[in-house]
Write a protein that binds this ligand. Structure first.
Ligand code: HEM
Length: 518
């Protein structure tokens, strides 16, 4: 005890400083030693310890990947480092085969829970960020089943037609008397319409997001309902755009510049979770009541009801010979996780029927060509659980892979004149090079909402262009896109503080001009 006291009392400030510097030096030497002796060294920017490549956090991810692909992507593979994790970026369609194969158990997972993921309760919840294989499989199984049942009905297109009609009325009303045209922020309207649609389809619940947005544009006095809905839309938007923070290494969580942003995102997420869990609880009570009165109408079910009764004795579509670990009902929190995914998954009237939709092949080609040039999801990630050969190299387990979807779908290797907008590429019997177009990803984690999303996109595109003559307000204005986990048109207004800032259509820059057909 005395010796220890002697040692401690002789430590000076200089000793502490030297100690800290030595530790930092050892860490740096260790980091760069590991970097320069890594398995399969391939080209890529040199990482900074802890952070990796700083550009991930400071610049637009889409523009960053585009630049890196031009510099390093020629051989079909390069590497980056995100928050201390080496990531192998694949830029050739032919190298995706192994990562996209449905039964290759080596690459089922998207990424292990690292960075700050643990704070946000994604572990074991939902699908998109769920990285516990067994829980993901359970959620995926129930969600896919529920959404498949829904998309086999006419419900999604009937609902979208109704929503479009509602939006149309607001647009016409926003037009000044005597004018033939109005300036409309299409991106903001589509976001509100999507929120209304998802709320209706998932929970059978009126969110009135469009109505409230319209009232806001009309400068009508705030009601609690308007405030709650706009807050929900704003919270979702904040999560989708600010989720880069999830990759910040745990050790930096309390750093002065990072802490307030993480706290804000966490507060934001918790607000969303609370709202969603309340919806689930309410719906569960309602379902229990209808079951008690023998009134459960399985024809009229929405996604939430399907999720609540899945694997219970009231499930109208029980699956046979199911792995017993998949045969239990979902908890409220698990349902909340799946609903969160459905809301966060972005995309954006004689009513258009499902037969009409099947015929709209050219509209589908336009959607695909737009998505080829500017995919919503520019990169897909996978994490290997076992050693495997990818892009000609043997990789150990626990390797992170990134499939650079935007680079591949714009590569002259697979597309003639890749910069040109040619929907005909997807029309008729044109051959598409395997894995060179992955709008909805591929393999076991392919987007389970893909059919629903296509119905939504086709219905809305056809409905808007059937009724309106659409022109860009400024054809030369740059595309106002922002990429986090997904690429979106930047929304004006929703990013702002709702109470302090109310926008008039005239305030909006870079928007769409609609000439009404009168
Ligand atoms: C234009 C619309 C959409 C696009 C472009 C899109 C695209 C994607 C992509 C690329 C993935 C990753 C797939 C992979 O890793 O291989 C994904 C995953 C997912 N999407 Fe979509 N999606 C859209 C709409 C939707 C909708 C409307 C829903 C729900 C109703 C949805 C639910 C999901 C879920 C839950 C996942 C995670 C699946 C998993 O990890 O197992 N998506 N989506």
């Amino acid at each position: 005890m005395g010796a220890l006291y002697n040692i401690l009392s002789n430590i000076t400030f200089n000793n502490i400083l030297i100690g800290l510097l030595s530790l930092t030096c050892i860490y740096l030497i260790h980091f760069y030693y590991k970097h320069f002796t890594r398995v399969n060294p391939i080209p890529g920017p040199i990482p900074i310890p802890l952070i990796g490549n700083l550009a991930v956090f400071t610049s637009d991810i889409d523009a960053w990947f585009w630049r890196l692909n031009k510099k390093y992507g020629h051989h079909g593979i390069f590497e980056v480092n995100i928050a201390g994790h080496r990531q192998i970026v694949i830029t050739r369609a032919e190298y995706l085969e192994t990562l996209m194969t449905a039964d290759n158990r080596a690459h089922f997972m998207r990424s292990p829970q690292s960075g700050l993921f643990g704070l946000f309760d994604f572990e074991k919840k939902g699908l998109a960020l769920n990285d516990d294989y067994n829980y993901w499989k359970f959620n995926r199984y129930i969600f896919t089943h529920a959404i498949t049942v829904l998309t086999q009905t006419d419900k999604p297109s009937i609902l979208l037609n109704q929503l479009f009609e509602e939006m149309e009325q607001y647009w016409i009303d926003l037009k000044q008397p005597g004018e033939r045209e109005a300036v409309i922020d299409i991106a903001a309207w589509m976001r509100h319409l999507t929120m209304d649609g998802i709320a209706m389809l998932t929970a059978g619940k009126q969110l009135s997001a469009m109505k409230n947005y319209y009232q806001k544009l009309k400068n009508e006095p705030l009601t609690k309902e308007m405030f709650d809905t706009e807050e929900f839309v704003k919270c979702m938007n904040t999560f989708v755009m600010d989720n880069k923070l999830l990759f910040v290494p745990k050790i930096l969580r309390n750093f002065p510049l990072i802490k307030p942003r993480v706290d804000e995102l966490l507060k934001n997420c918790n607000r969303l979770y609370e709202k969603l869990v309340n919806v689930v609880k309410e719906k569960r009570k309602e379902v229990e009541k209808t079951i008690m009165h023998g009134e459960l109408n399985t024809e009229e079910m929405n996604l939430l009801t399907s999720l609540i009764i899945a694997n219970t004795e009231h499930d109208p579509h029980p699956q046979k010979n199911v792995d017993p670990s998949l045969a239990r009902p979902m908890t409220d929190d698990e349902i909340r996780g799946v609903m969160f995914d459905a809301f966060a998954a972005d995309d954006p009237y004689r009513p258009i029927t499902s037969e009409d939709l099947a015929k709209l092949k050219y509209v589908e080609a336009i959607i695909k060509e737009t998505s080829r040039i500017r995919p919503v999801v520019i990169v897909l990630s996978r994490y290997s659980e076992r050693p495997d050969k990818v892009a000609g190299y043997m990789w150990p387990s626990k390797t992170y892979f990134i499939m650079y979807v935007r680079g591949i779908s714009n590569s002259p290797l697979y597309w003639k004149d890749p910069d040109k907008f040619i929907p005909e590429r997807f029309y008729g019997n044109q051959e598409i090079y395997k894995n060179s177009f992955s709008m909805f990803g591929g393999g076991p984690r392919i987007c389970p909402g893909n059919k629903f999303a296509m119905i939504e996109l086709k219905t809305l595109l056809a409905a808007v262009y059937r009724r309106f003559d659409v022109e860009l307000l400024d054809i030369h204005a740059p595309l106002n896109l922002r990429t986090s986990m997904i690429t979106m048109v930047e929304l004006f207004g929703i990013q702002e503080q709702f109470i302090t800032k109310c926008l008039h259509p005239g305030d909006l820059r870079n928007l769409d001009l609609l000439n009404f057909w009168s």
